[in-house]
Ligand binder design. Sequence first.
Ligand code: PRP
Ligand code: URA
Length: 209
Amino acid sequence: MAEITEVKHPLVQHKLTMIRNKEVGTKDFRALVDELAMLLTYEASRDLPVETVEVETPIQKTEAKSLAGKKLAVVPILRAGLGMVDGILQLIPAAKVGHIGMYRDEETLEPVEYFVKLPDDIEQREVLLVDPMLATGGSAIDGIAALKKRGATQIKLITLVSSPEGLAAVQKAHPDVPIVTASIDEGLNDDGYIVPGLGDAGDRLFGTH
Ligand code: PRP
Ligand code: URA
């Protein structure tokens, strides 16, 4: 079973608390989601392979570590996942970006897929699938299945706020996919929203209702 990592770094906790605040507006919400995505990428990229290279400093030649050229792709689940892409690309600028369009039916809470566009060589890439919210887990489960159907074999899921039941559902459906999250919250309310959560991430990012 792949690992679930709850990143309890003080900066992550502080910024997450800020976006939970219902008084925080779109501009600050967006900037903080970007920063949180960057901080979680630091954790999610901890096992990237490195190689030894030679480098000449102003003092002398030395051997040092460099990324071993593993190809990466960032794939947001639309819409809310889009808010995490720029933060990740600041750390991994060479990553390619795919998109999975999916929304939750408000009645059934089941995800509905409406768009998938991925890099052609997705099967050769480690994929960071990103979505700020993991509630029932349905969107993440179907998002991972959409990636696997197109050949992806190495997938990590990065979320900001997760419910325990959503995490368990994703782990059961895709035991090979590690999950990095900023918080494991208490659970879900009757409307399928994460408690205490931060509300509707897509609406707060894009200023819609
Ligand atoms: C939200 C969120 C996830 C999904 C989580 O998207 O961004 O994709 O719900 O819920 P689940 O774990 O129960 O599937 P939403 O459907 O609101 O679409 P949006 O991002 O376009 O607003
Ligand atoms: N989607 C959100 O944006 N927020 C939740 O709490 C649950 C699903």
